[in-house]
Design a protein around this ligand. Structure first.
Ligand code: 13P
Ligand code: SF4
Length: 325
């Protein structure tokens, strides 16, 4: 079987009959990567046949942003959603950043505009603005700092200290803000009404049912879930933090309350762990496929461009976040 070492990683999801088609795309993408001096960044939610084959660097949004700074390539292909490609472009203005499908958006990024942020600033003068990385560059440009689910607590603490304030506008994910608020009772986080269309669907009843039907299951939840869901879980963290939890604790049985391709990808490295798999898919992440990654590299489209005036201000918010360790 061609590329048998890769097939082993995806065999739970790809039949031997489907594999030759996938191999054709994988081999073409590898050749194009060499020809273009390109790398593929893959988010943890990418489909197993992308995550385990052509993705050179995988991780959560924070890791992908950090890697985007150090990557040694002329071309970056984002196997993720549009805001991730914009973040990569902000940090690499001279590189070509390709999005295999420009329609791969995010309900959180859609929930707020630059004008909304300006209105919030006018309503809360002097209050610093921390925006989730799941936003457009235009929204980032109106912000003081960015954060991700992996560093949100650290960022709001650092901002409060640096600015000498105890109120922070934390936009646009209402649930992330409420979950972070529990960790920083000394601060007042003012939220927006944005929600992730994938994580908002989980309920505390889902968690109770999962615990009843799968005794002993360890429940890990993403902080984009409603606070009642996070409270019902055993641990909450970014996609990378959940993957690390599985690696560090090796629970006999686990459920990841998040986008469901994540469990497929983490399970590959932990065959001894039983993954219970409720399935909520992110329709935006699913828009990325091997054929459109291949087409992106063949045609050098779609190139992500950001108005330089917006980019300079947005970059500052991302760089301030990256400087917080
Ligand atoms: P992470 O930063 O945890 O990878 O999350 C990104 C995301 O879009 C979750 O829905
Ligand atoms: Fe956006 Fe939710 Fe999809 Fe993540 S899972 S990219 S937050 S819509």
């Amino acid at each position: 079987m061609p590329l048998a070492h890769l097939y082993k990683r995806v065999s739970a999801h790809v039949t031997p009959a489907e594999w030759p088609l996938i191999v054709r795309d994988v081999e073409a993408i590898e050749a194009l990567k060499r020809q273009r001096n390109a790398v593929v960044l893959g988010h943890n939610y990418q489909a197993p046949e992308i995550f385990n084959t052509v993705a050179d660097i995988v991780g959560d949004s924070l890791a992908l942003a950090r890697e985007a700074v150090t990557v040694d390539a002329d071309v970056i292909v984002m196997a993720g959603v549009h805001f991730m490609a914009e973040t990569a472009k902000l940090l690499n203005p001279s590189k070509t950043v390709l999005m295999p499908d420009m329609e791969a958006g995010c309900s959180l990024a859609e929930s707020i505009t630059a004008e909304d942020v300006r209105l919030m600033r006018a309503r809360y003068p002097g209050v610093p603005v921390v925006t989730y990385v799941n936003t457009s560059a235009a929204v980032k440009a109106e912000s003081d700092y960015c954060c991700t689910s992996g560093n949100a607590v650290k960022v709001v603490r650092a901002v409060a200290k640096e600015w000498g304030v105890n109120r922070i506008l934390m936009l646009p994910d209402e649930y992330l803000a409420q979950n972070v608020q529990k960790e920083v009772p000394e601060l007042e986080l003012i939220a927006w009404k944005g929600h992730c269309e994938v994580h908002e669907r989980f309920t505390p009843t889902d968690i109770r049912d999962l615990r009843e039907s799968h005794p002993g299951v360890v429940v890990l939840a993403h902080p984009e879930c409603p606070p009642e869901v996070v409270e019902a879980a055993d641990f909450a963290g970014s996609t990378a933090a959940m993957a690390d939890y599985v690696g560090d604790h090796k629970p006999a049985r686990v459920v990841l309350i998040t986008e469901c391709s994540m469990a497929d990808n983490v399970a590959v490295s932990h065959p001894e762990v039983e993954f219970v798999r409720p399935c909520n898919l992110c329709p935006h992440m699913r828009r990325i496929t091997l054929p459109n990654i291949r087409r992106a590299l063949e045609t050098m489209t779609h190139q992500v461009e950001i108005d330089p005036l917006v980019a300079d201000r947005a970059r500052l918010a991302v760089e301030r976040m990256l400087a917080i360790r």
